[in-house]
Design a protein around this ligand. Sequence first.
Ligand code: CP
Length: 312
Amino acid sequence: MNHLLGVKELSREAVTGILDRAQHWADRPGERSQALAGAFVANLFFEPSTRTRFSFEVAAKRLGADVLNFSAAASSTQKGESLYDTIKTLEAMGVGCAVIRHAENDALRKLAPRVGLRIINAGEGQREHPTQCLLDLLTMRQHFGGIDGLKVAIIGDIKHSRVARSDMWALAKFDTQVMISGPEKMMISGDEVPANVSIVPIDDAVAKADVVMMLRVQRERHQGPLYAEPTAYHMAYGLTKERERTMQRHAVIMHPAPINRGVEIDSDLVESERSLIQKQVANGVAVRMAVLENVFGGGKETWESCLKTVNM
Ligand code: CP
C-alpha cells in the first residue's frame, strides 16, 4: 500500500498481514534494521499527541530512517500555508513519508491523491485512527490467541472517537460481536452503527465482554458541555471498581489513552492485573514499524524506488 488512510478500506488479509509483521517486531523488542536507511520520515501533528508521535519516531529510527519533527506552531502554516503546500514542500526536499495527525475529517483523504510521498494517518478528525486500531487488534490477538469469536465492549464517547470508528470497522472484518455504550449525546445511531455492532446498557456490556475498551471523553471535539461533572460521569458511564467486579474472570481492560483517571476508569484499574493498557503502548511501536515498512514497499522495494513516484 502507498498510504495508510484508514482500516475501513483494508481487507481482512491486509490487516492480518500487518499484524503478522507487527508481531515479528513485538517478538524482537529493541531490535533494529536498516530497511529504511537513508529515508526521511516527517511527523506532522496538528493536534497534541504523546503515544502516536513518539512511537512513530521510535519505529522509524529502529528501521534506520531519519525522522523530521514538524511543529505546527513554528511552521509556515502560521502564515497561512495549506497542508497541501506544506507536504509538497517536504516532498520537494526528498521526504518519503508523512505521518499526519489533523483535526479535519477528510484532510488526508483529500491530500493523498495529490502528493507523491507516502501518507500515514496518525488520527484524522473523528474519522479514523488506523494505527491505534491495529495495535488494539494486535494486543487482543496476543492475549486471546485470535480475534475471531471475541466480544468487545467499547464504552464512552463513541460519537467523537476516531479510535472507536476504526476499531468497529476492523472488528467487522472478523467474526466478532461489538457492543457500544455511553451517554446518549456521545452515541452514534442509525446508519452510523455498523452491522456487527449493538448498542447496550453499560452494565450488560461490561458483564458480557471479553474486552472492555474504555474511551476518554473527547471534550476538544464537543460543541458545548455534554456532561455535568466528572464524578457523575464516572458513576454513570465509567469503569468503576464495582463494575470491574462484574467482568468475566478472563476479561481484560483496554484504553487507547490518554486516560482521565477517575473519569472513564477508576485509577487503580489502569494498572490492575486485567489491564492491557501498557501492552497497547508497547505494541504501538511494533505496529508502526510494520506500517512504515509496508508503505515503503514491505521490504520488496527500497525507499529509493518509492521516491521515483514522488512528483519532484
Ligand atoms: N492513543 C493516542 O492516539 O494517544 P496520543 O494522543 O498520545 O497519540
